[in-house]
Design a protein around this ligand. Structure first.
Ligand SMILES: C[S@@+](CC[C@H](N)C(=O)[O-])C[C@H]1O[C@@H](n2cnc3c(N)ncnc32)[C@H](O)[C@@H]1O
Length: 440
């Protein structure tokens, strides 16, 4: 460390403004605590709610980076550990080591990092005893930067084995690409609300504020003509027209949905699994509809209502269970149904990197049963001639193609139409499945 640098002060050049003042040991400690909480089934989002506001974005950045690169980080730290430590110590080591990744967004001087990680260890009785280990392992990590670089193939044994096994089985050619894609931050996309402003006008607003965008390939823009990709993530309130409802945040692949369902003005449409309302609001931005937005989880219904209200759109939002028609259906048929069913979310792992920690291999059986129940029920509420779009953000055929084939086997009044099918996550969009059907 430079002699003029005061001891124990973090280097904050790459840290958001609101963080200046928060010290690295606190960030490391809270990040490790959030990772520990995953063991109890608590999501990162739930953990962040309890954090002091000034720590939130840093802890998010540290935990997301750590989980995206967890296999590599485990690989590195276990080069220097002979006996597996307690989970609290392992997590503190992982978040601290994540700073040493070549493309970590969190840049700190390595001397400061080691000191502050040791300080973080002293803040809890669960890690205090391992100060020496943390110091020694991180020093070895600093001395061996090459360990942080290498193909994802080298880390395969450090990923969750159920995940690797499933990916290999489902995508024998692409499974390594999927692992690799999930190491990177996803694209940051806006969807322009064209009831208020054109895409061109919104691009001009961004340009006036020197907010950089990335050109989207034509092939994708055709499928999602309201999409804009920003070069860097930014807080939504800092973008022009958030409160006026000029845009929503939505992945490029999710923006395909509303364009795939053939719709006309005033049709009676059901969005069967609607929260937080990304696709409900997109449908309404494109066509004036008599839309019902169904959602099982009462706490998530509020999100749908907030989004509708910010974007100046209207839908009949109801709480109910798509598995149980009696709980909400009044017997009136729908011209079109969007079934964006609950799934493993295996196509959006890089966007929510805690998914792999929380998901269990055993969950797939129950998800598959629920998806079939929802699909079967939704087929019942569709008018003859009506369309059903089946959507998941999964990369597994059990949740996509196999469910479509089950639907085809189960009903005779059904035609399968051309649709996108399985989309694997890539540098442009997350992983989705799209299947389209018409009732004879
Ligand atoms: C993949 S998300 C939907 C995302 C939404 N379509 C969007 O674009 O913003 C699935 C949603 O389905 C809801 N859900 C799960 N089971 C359901 C059920 N049986 N009936 C209705 N909604 C359900 C979940 O609470 C969750 O909000």
């Amino acid at each position: 460390m430079n002699k003029t640098t005061p001891p124990k002060k973090t280097e904050l050049s790459n840290v958001p403004n609101e963080l200046k003042g928060a010290n690295l040991s606190q960030i490391l400690q809270h990040s490790a605590i959030a990772l520990n909480a995953l063991e109890t089934g608590m999501t990162l989002t739930e953990s962040f709610v309890n954090l002091p506001k000034e720590l939130r974005s840093a802890v998010q950045s540290f935990t997301f980076t750590t989980l995206r690169h967890k296999a590599r980080l485990l690989h590195v730290i276990y080069e220097f550990i002979t006996k597996e430590p307690e989970i609290e110590v392992e997590n503190l080591l992982l978040v601290a080591a994540s700073v040493l990744l070549p493309d970590s967004p969190n840049k700190y001087n390595s001397h400061t990092l080691v000191n502050e990680a040791v300080n973080a260890a002293t803040l809890s009785t669960k890690t205090q005893y391992a100060k020496g280990l943390i110091n020694a392992v991180l020093r070895r990590c600093v001395e061996n930067p090459n360990l942080f670089i290498g193909p994802v193939r080298d880390d395969v044994e450090y990923f969750q084995q159920w995940w690797v096994k499933r990916l290999k089985k489902a995508h024998p050619k692409d499974w390594l690409n999927i692992l690799d894609t999930n190491l990177h931050e996803p694209g940051f996309y806006l969807r322009v609300n064209t009831t208020k402003i054109t895409r061109r006008e919104y691009l001009d607003l961004l340009e006036n504020q020197a907010i950089e965008t990335i050109e989207i390939p034509k092939v994708y823009l055709k499928l999602a003509p309201q999409a804009i990709r920003l070069a860097h993530s930014i807080q939504v309130q800092q973008l022009p027209g958030y409160d006026q409802g000029y845009f929503s945040i939505q992945d490029l692949g999710a923006q395909f949905a509303a364009h795939l369902l053939p719709l006309k003005k005033d049709l009676r449409v059901l969005d069967a699994c609607s929260a937080p309302g990304g696709k409900t609001t997109h449908l309404l931005e494109l066509t004036q509809l008599d839309l019902t937005s169904l959602e099982l989880d009462p706490s998530r219904i509020l999100r749908v209502q907030e989004n509708l209200s910010r974007l100046d759109l209207a839908s009949n939002v109801i709480q109910g269970d798509a598995c149980d028609l009696k709980s909400w259906w009044n017997g009136q048929y729908f011209d079109a149904v969007l079934a964006d069913v609950p799934c493993s979310a295996s196509g959006i792992v890089r966007r929510h990197p805690d998914i792999l920690e929380l998901r269990r291999d055993e969950d797939f059986q129950q998800l598959s049963i629920t998806q079939k129940k929802i699909l079967g029920n939704l087929w019942e509420v569709l008018k003859p001639g009506g369309f059903l779009l089946y959507v998941t953000c999964s990369v597994f055929p059990e949740e996509g193609e196999n469910q479509c084939q089950w639907l085809m086997r189960t009903y005779s009044d059904i035609v399968r139409l051309d649709c996108l099918g399985q989309l694997l996550p890539n540098q442009w969009h997350d992983g989705f499945f799209y299947g389209l059907f018409q009732k004879k």
